[in-house]
Write a protein that binds this ligand. Sequence first.
Ligand code: ATP
Length: 647
Amino acid sequence: MQRAQPAPVKSKSQKKEKAPPEVPDIIVDPERNIHYEKGKFLGKGGFAHCYEIRNQISGEVLAGKVVPKHLLVKQYQRDKMAQEVQIHRNLCHPNVVKLYHFFEDRMNVYITLELCPRRSLMELHKRRKSVTEPEARYFTHQVVEGVLYLHDLKIVHRDLKLGNLFLNDELQVKIGDFGLATTVENDERKRTLCGTPNYIAPEVLNKMGHSFEVDIWAIGCILFILLIGHPPFESKTLEETYSRIKHNNYTIPTETSSSASQLIRQLLDPVPGRRPTAKTVYRDKFFKAGFMPTRLPVSCLTMVPHFNDNALNEENVSPGGSESDSQQVGKPGQSNIPTHRISGNTERERAHRMAVEATIRIPSDCYLSQLLAQVNDLLVRVNADMDEAEAALETYQSPEALPVFWISKWVDYSDKYGIGYQLCDNSVGVLFNDNSRIMLDSAGNQLTYIEKNNREHYFNMQNQKPNLLKKKITLLQYFRSYMNDHLLKAGERVTQRAGDDLARLPTLRVWFRTKSAIVLHLSNGTVQINFFNDHIKMMMCPLMQAVTFIDQNKRMLTYKFSNLEANGCPEKFLHRIKYAKTMIERLMTDSKKEVPRADAGVMIDAVNPQRQTAVTVSHLPSTSSNVRLTAASEVPSIGLSSISSRR
Ligand SMILES: Nc1ncnc2c1ncn2[C@@H]1O[C@H](COP(=O)(O)OP(=O)(O)OP(=O)(O)O)[C@@H](O)[C@H]1O
């Protein structure tokens, strides 16, 4: 049965955003007789709204791009769309988004695409700014591979930019958005001015006619942004940016490696004819000059990876003994764990140094003061003039700014040991009362131990279980089995995949409880507040400058602060944002000192907040949502005498 979405509620704030297209819950491809269920909203561009869509028969989940016909009234708009589909539909390459079909109904044109659930390199850049050289190699090489394929087919993309480089669950790069793509014959030079300001090539600005070389220039901009953290010609005004492009005025920081700098200079050569072809770039020495991972973990979307010796194909030079097998990164400090000797190998030293530098670049308060400033600005500028139903409209949301990680379950056992938690990817961690942290990935293989002084140690649980951490690992495993509904049977293993050992998961840094909420701060900057009375969760990310609300029905609504300022905000949200401001201030104070934990007691399942179990109870606050259970007997005696108790 087809059911149209209810017509959007009109209000004055709606004028500020385009109304979303009317999309039926069941989308029908009449020619192939395929019925798709409309799923979650993925995002919007200049013309299109994009949704997850599920084939009712095969169960396959795709991305459905919906363009309302009323946006295609002019002939040139129709021609542009036809051109995009015409070029894109014939492409088949692992680094190009697959276009399956296109069709229309009375209201819209639909394009079904390969789903890229990990968003684009633009979100990666917003969360990380610059990435390490091995990651830049990994991403750029795949872009070049895709471009090489396109150029072989005489197609120029003409709009290569971070936002058009999508990522699937494996973090493989997929070139998308062929809206400006064109085919070129032999020596033909195109004349139309097109591209995105920061990536536009000088020959386009100078109207000299352009061809394949504009994509090579854009790859230069992409590699520069990935490595250095901002576009090469970025400035405050468009005029200045264009002037810098025309004068080839950019600076590569001295710490950039010589192979990367050389490649960037070749790619950003002002003379198009001197730029290398895609084929030459593909073979460039930059891609061979150092480690290029075959796969990257999802955590690198928000945290700098951890490069261990195995990843860098190096011999493990540490002396025998289980605890000394750890790989160590982090800020300098006194450590009880034996340290790992680093050999004189340049590439390994370099990767370690880059990882350490990237960690050090993270502000010591893990973005709390940035977030506070953003929330203060928002509170000054925002109006509570939007009703809740209207705020739920897709038009106002920015799902691409949803955090990569949040805490889905937690167990407060700070009475004795600390707080255990599960991240949304099923990895688990404990923040111990002595302020050390431990983290185990979802597969149960990669263990990270972070000392109080932030020194990080990495172990593989299959062969490197560190004796010194035996008690803490036992407690972690206890928390894990307590929280994990889908507990793996003893001895069962999830196969380790390439790249898993590069993961650096965000960890819980500071937390406290009030009468009405638990407040959690992750090491990647995310502040999460779970409200006890109505089970609403709120996550704020200073890097994406956005807030997400998870309501009782597990619906996720993500808003950029700038959109709330522009469009208004429901009173109910504003109230929580004001509360968050006070909580951030308290986190800032608490993170500067050792805080005695608030009352201990309940385990709350953030996905299913109704399901709560007490672990142990002492001074449990009498909020209605807390279940009192004197379950101390459920906790095995694990004799963690080395872990200091706060009480
Ligand atoms: N294949 C995909 N998988 C997942 N999400 C996608 C996919 N394609 C697009 N999206 C999401 O949908 C949004 C809108 O798509 P897109 O940018 O292609 O629309 P558009 O109107 O053609 O854009 P533009 O204004 O850049 O031309 C994107 O920002 C992205 O968040």
